[in-house]
Design a protein around this ligand. Sequence first.
Ligand code: MN
Length: 129
Amino acid sequence: MLRILVIEDSPINMVLMAAILEHAGHTMLKAETAGIGLEIARQHQPDLVLMDLQLPDIDGLAATRLLKADPKTRHIPVIALTAFAMQRDKDQTRAAGCDGYVAKPIRYKEFFAEVDRVLAESRPTVGKG
Ligand code: MN
């Protein structure tokens, strides 16, 4: 079971994500803005952040850069959620520090395959400084 922070301003997408994550047995933390999401990430140290790219305050790429620049949150893997399934956007999410990328609408199997991949790659090595 994972504690997953979802930063997403669309109520419908939030409900869909809650259904997917809770069906899989995960606990979900919710934020409707990047500002709130970054604060929750610092305070609650989730296992994973799912980051919508289009948010009302600052966009998800800028929010990811802030999260990855903060020593308290930089270790938390981030998966970008975007409606724009284009290679250019995928490259931009990488450049901003996102660890993974999922196109909306979410497809269950692909989504969890990406979650598994990102968590496997981000797992800290024992003894790593
Ligand atoms: Mn949005």
